[in-house]
Design a protein. Structure first.
Length: 311
């Protein structure tokens, strides 16, 4: 059985990816949060910026594939934390280990490096956001290219269930607000092409089997803003609609990290794998089903190995 090492398994993308892969691969997750446990996965706590610890765990796991889900993997819809130079140093660790251990590398990156007024950015788009956070993520991408030319770099914007019950994510918090009737207003200016994290995981597996490398945009089929997304989320879960903004016109173009137009064009990955991207309706329906079919419970189930620090 092939081994997948997920560095950053505490992130939404990392956790959902690990949970999806556990049935078909041996999954080893490295995280900085001792509260994380995922059914069928071996979870270990490690300093995210400790090169030697990362090397020891990689030597122990002997992975076929390393998936790095660092600061760039966090959706700007769900997190206010901004990437910092510390994250650049942490990201450099993994491409440096690939050649030593003869494995592949996938970097999960962000759609928020791009901005409007252009819509549906291709991989060749030069409509980059000028914010410090966006420049930091671009630096992470560039360093990964230089250190590991065969890496797969995926820009995306994923939504899904949080892996930490003690720290509810954006979906959980939004559903709670909707249930209480006090949700909103939500941003109607920024636009993206969000994809359910488990749908992203399934496409990543296909990309690995196809031995894809280079930069790919993996996103949903529809462009949407948070306000409209939450309206459709409420409809799917049969909850009251959120409050609407008190104004409906745009005085000036939105600016800032993840605040503008970051929708992604997915033609390259669709052609490479001969697939269609999921719609918002399909993603939300699956999200709803995961609440009842056991998929969500896998993110808080007992792990195979106890949490521990590397010696």
């Amino acid at each position: 059985m092939e081994t997948i090492l997920v560095a950053g398994v505490e992130t939404l993308v990392g956790a959902n990816l690990a949970a999806c892969l556990a049935g078909s691969f041996r999954v080893v997750g490295l995280c900085s949060n001792a509260e994380i446990s995922i059914a069928g996965c071996e979870i270990h706590v490690v300093d995210s910026c400790d090169q030697e610890s990362a090397r020891q765990w990689t030597a122990w796991a002997r992975p076929h594939q390393i998936v790095y889900c660092g600061a760039a993997a966090r959706s700007t819809w769900q997190h206010d934390d901004l990437p910092t130079p510390h994250d650049v140093n942490a990201a450099r660790i993994w491409p440096r280990l690939v050649s030593e251990f003869d494995c592949r590398l996938t970097l999960i990156s962000s759609d928020a490096v791009l901005t409007g007024p252009w819509m549906f950015h291709t991989e060749e788009s030069d409509g980059f956001c000028s914010s410090a956070a966006a420049r930091t993520i671009r630096k992470i991408e560039e360093d990964t290219w230089q250190l590991c030319p065969d890496a797969l770099i995926v820009r995306t914007n994923a939504f899904g269930w949080s892996p930490n019950a003690a720290d509810p994510g954006w979906i959980e918090s939004t559903l709670e607000a909707l249930q209480q009737g006090g949700a909103g207003p939500y941003d109607f200016l920024r636009h993206a092409t969000p994809i359910l994290a488990t749908d992203l995981a399934a496409i990543l597996v296909q990309a690995w089997f196809a031995e894809l490398k280079g930069e790919y945009h993996i996103a949903g089929a529809e462009r949407i803003n948070p306000e409209r997304f939450v309206e459709r989320l409420a409809d799917e879960f049969d909850l009251p609609a959120p409050s609407s903004p008190s104004f409906d016109s745009l005085g000036e173009l939105p600016s800032g990290f993840g605040r503008g137009e970051s929708s992604l064009h997915t033609g390259k990955i669709r052609r490479a794998l001969d697939i269609a991207m999921p719609t918002i309706a399909e993603g939300l329906q699956k999200l709803h089903e995961q609440q009842h079919n056991g998929s969500r419970d896998r993110l808080s189930a007992p792990a195979v190995a106890v949490h521990e620090k590397v010696a």
